[in-house]
Design a protein around this ligand. Sequence first.
Ligand code: DGL
Length: 286
Amino acid sequence: MPATQTPPLNNAPVGIFDSGVGGLSVLQHIRTQLPHESLCYFADSGFAPYGEKSEADIMQRTLFAARHLLQQGVKAIVVACNTATAAAISTLRTHYPELIIIGVEPGLKPAASLTKTACVGVLATTSTLASQKYQLLSDQLQQATHIQFIRQACPGLVTQIELGDLDGPITRALLNTYLQPLTDAKADVIVLGCTHYPFIADTIRQVAAEQGNPAIQIVDTGLAISRQLQRLLEQHQLQAAPQTPLPLHCMTTGSTAKLQFVLSKLLHFQPDEYQIQEIDCNFAAP
Ligand code: DGL
């Protein structure tokens, strides 16, 4: 191949996966950080939320999504879901040892360097907070820093965000309940340990302020994930050539309307910048 020609795999898309629309909060950072990369997004909205499901179910769905993404010829997969990362990333790496696979986990380390009250609140799903992966991370950091990490599971929140309710009465009432223990403990940093939550970051700030905690700092790992992807693509010499990327290819096991709402209203995609394909939720394997 001539030295000037880019190998075909370089222009293959990057696959991004979440239980629903949450991973789009990570996708927006990847799009800004790596503007030449074509992206392929899998939303398992027909099966969301994952947060209350068993580890075995989450593992099976993660493999299901990975197979669909690999069928699109992706060169890397970002598991843009804390819950799926905690439950299934090692299984995924065992299945696809050659593939670049990046996971996400709650940003406890950046939060530890920000807190002044030595108290950090961690909002995540029940499953993420109960996982061995999370417990190990939080125990190690707590011992090393003496910072208190208060875990707060948020059942119901992902469902509201999937419905597009970012600041309505139900979402606010849930947040009011979930933030109160953090406010009472004087947490000054809140970790968004679920990729859906960046879409309600403003509402979280407002509710915390109403509870008398106006100076809360919010930690979201979307930017760090996009930088990690950039590093790994460079390491493997798999960066896309300077080009206009293909339109975003989305696959969903749920409703097209949910994805459309987030893409156009929150991420400001134009109609010609994406296409959506519906996938049968129960379709066993491509
Ligand atoms: N976005 C997923 C996460 O980061 C939400 C999990 C769910 O579907 O409950 O954990």
